[in-house]
Design a protein. Structure first.
Lengths: 495, 143
């Protein structure tokens, strides 16, 4: 028996954008699954999306409703979603109410009713909603078919009839132990929603999935007009091979700075440009993007603190035309300001944009604005999320330049208020310095993971041509990075 | 007052059912057979309790238009009592018999809750021969 003789498990589309990637390519055919979660967490909607994605007149979906939500009202609400196609009811999607059997009879009768309908329709998909209410009703009724036996028989029967099954239930997490249903199930989807300050944070977890590897952890999801949309923690890039880091250098559009960096930014690096307000971080970032466009490398700018038009206008004042590349499809300026975003949603938007225009360069302006756009619950995970995001994007060869504002201190020289320096390959530090009665600006390359870089501290100006580094390195001063330098006295001179 | 399209839909179904009726159904009116078909399908969809609630509401609305339905009752299983005796087919009401009005009200409720598209799908599934595509649209024109 060779590996070629192994059974192939077909993967069915979940109908939920982003979820196929999380479950490892699709839901295993003929699997017996549980969707668990609190009321309002999206269980029924998820099941409906799966049903409408897989049902056909030849292999319909049977949707058994039990006690709880009225079937009529459920249909009334569910058809508001764009995935719900009324034309599929009842040929492809059939709703069957079991409440009478559940109320008047026992689990044996319920099983018989399900078997009767399944044998009649030969369904590809079977949903029981809510399975939990059915089980609750059965408890405390002696002499009935044992719950474990019922679940066992139901699972066996539905798998034998080649149906992929979802049982929906309102379960609490402490019920995971000692519950026969979770033992029998091939897949367990747990939906959570929590209120954090004024925001609702929704997350889903594949607690268990037999037969294939799913992406572990909690994945955020959103419920929109189109139903659930899931955002994988690995941003849909889990199966992608990391792009080999090459030797190519990307010009920033500031020749002196390129030279200081050993020829530019190594392709696929993550660069942090850090400095106080007004030091020119955004200007430098804009030059990086504009230079990329000049060299035929499409770019994306994710802005959080100003509108795309304002960003474009500001670039225009610095002699950079961002209007034309936007029209030509070489530049996308994403305005990601709505509150309650998760990093994963933001990433999804950025990744879609990267795919859309084949972007090679990305500017995130700024990380502080990015953090403010997140729901409070997601801010706690900001560093970890940022790490995943940068790792995923640089892994596909995108070079990222992020800006971050730091408080200007004349006693310290911080690189970032976020302690995220470890996430970046290269750091460019901009700062104010007081020299001869003027507040001037200096820059220095703090680190370059890819190799050597200039140690020089260079003075620069923001001009109508952008950030311009003038002259030679600043000589004749000490403690420049303190912001309050002192002239170095010529040797022999006494102080 | 229900829109013309709902009344038109009810008429189409009743006509389809009447033409399909054979001698074994002679004792029952077409309206009763329509009601029974809807009952079976809607009980499967919404449960007996769910269907019965809708039927009671439809009957109450129909009674306001057709006082001849006063004696009609919805039983626990959703079936009707006193239906045939209520009014002879083709009563004096401009929209037809009280039975037809009850069917119209029931369809009207389905349209309110499920929408026109899904209601028509359900009806077409039960009466494939009915010409429901040509029912009036909401403004009285043909669809």
């Amino acid at each position: 028996m060779s590996t070629r003789d192994k059974v192939t498990i077909n993967k069915l589309p979940t109908g939920v954008p982003g979820l196929d990637d999380i479950v490892g390519g699709g839901l295993p055919e003929f699997s017996f699954n549980i969707i668990a979660g609190a009321p309002g967490s999206g269980k029924t909607t998820l099941a409906h999306q799966f049903v409408f994605a897989n049902a056909s007149p030849e292999r319909p979906a049977l949707y058994f409703t039990v006690l709880g939500e009225s079937a009529i009202k459920m249909l009334r609400y569910q058809q508001q979603y764009t995935f719900f196609e009324p034309s599929k009811v009842p040929d492809s999607v059939r709703f069957i109410n079991l409440s009478q059997v559940v109320l008047e009879k026992d689990l044996g009768a319920v099983l018989a009713e399900i078997i009767k309908e399944v044998e009649k329709s030969n369904p590809a998909v079977v949903v029981v909603d809510s399975f939990r209410t059915m089980v609750r009703k059965s408890q405390g009724s002696p002499g009935e078919l044992d719950l474990q036996a019922f679940i066992q028989q139901l699972a066996l029967f539905l798998a034998s009839w080649q149906a992929t099954t979802f049982l929906i239930g309102e379960y609490a997490e402490d019920e995971l132990r000692d519950n026969p249903i979770f033992t029998v199930a091939d897949g367990l989807f747990w939906l959570r929603q929590t209120a954090e300050r004024n925001s609702i944070v929704r997350k889903l977890q594949i607690v268990k999935l037999r037969g294939q590897a799913s992406v572990p952890g909690l994945h955020t999801f959103r419920i929109t007009d189109g139903g659930l949309q899931a955002f994988s923690r690995t941003f849909g890039l889990s199966g992608h091979k990391r792009k080999e880091s090459g030797t190519r250098r990307l010009s920033i559009g500031i020749p002196v700075l390129d030279k200081m960096m050993g020829g530019g930014i190594p392709e696929g690096d993550s660069v942090l440009v850090t400095g106080a307000s007004g030091t020119g971080k955004s200007v430098l970032a804009t030059q990086f993007i504009a230079e990329g466009i000049r060299q035929g490398e499409p770019g994306i700018v994710a802005v959080f603190e100003e509108r795309p038009q304002a960003y474009t206008d500001r670039a225009s004042n610095l002699g950079m035309d961002l209007e034309t590349p936007q029209k030509d499809g070489n530049l996308l300026i994403l305005y990601l300001r709505p509150l309650d975003l998760s990093v994963d949603e933001t990433m999804n938007e950025i990744l879609e944009a990267v795919k859309k225009i084949g972007a090679k360069r990305l500017v995130i302006d700024s990380l502080a604005g990015f953090e403010m756009a997140l729901s409070p619950g997601f801010r706690e995970d900001f560093r970890e999320s940022l790490y995943r995001m940068i790792f995923a994007l640089t892994g596909i060869g995108v070079t990222i330049l992020s800006t971050v504002e730091v408080d200007e201190s004349f006693t310290e020289f911080p690189f970032s208020t976020y302690s995220i320096s470890f996430l970046t390959d290269d750091i460019i530090r901009l700062r104010y310095v007081s020299i001869e009665g003027q507040l001037r600006k200096i820059l220095v390359i703090i680190k370059m993971r890819g190799g050597s870089h200039s140690q020089d501290i260079r003075e620069y100006e923001i001009t109508s041509d952008g950030l311009v580094i003038a002259g030679e390195r600043l000589k004749g001063y000490e403690r420049l990075i303190s912001g309050i330098p002192a002239r170095v006295k010529p040797s022999g001179e006494k102080g | 007052m229900l829109p013309l399209e709902t009344r038109d839909l009810a008429r189409q179904i009743l006509a389809s059912e009447a033409s399909a009726g054979d001698s074994s159904h002679a004792a029952e009116s077409a309206a009763l057979r329509v009601y029974e078909k809807l009952r079976r399908r809607l009980c499967a969809l919404a449960g007996v309790t769910g269907f019965r609630s809708l039927a009671c509401r439809a009957l109450t609305l129909a009674k306001a238009e057709a006082p001849g339905l006063e004696q009609v009752q919805v039983l626990a299983d959703g079936s009707l009592q006193g239906f045939r005796e209520a009014e002879p087919p083709g009563g004096k009401h401009p929209d037809g018999s009280g039975e037809a009005i009850l069917i119209t009200q029931l369809l009207g409720l389905l349209i309110v809750f499920l929408g026109k598209s899904m209601t028509l799908r359900l009806v077409q599934d039960a009466w494939p021969e009915a010409d429901i595509e040509n029912c009036s649209s909401g403004d009285g024109t043909r669809a």
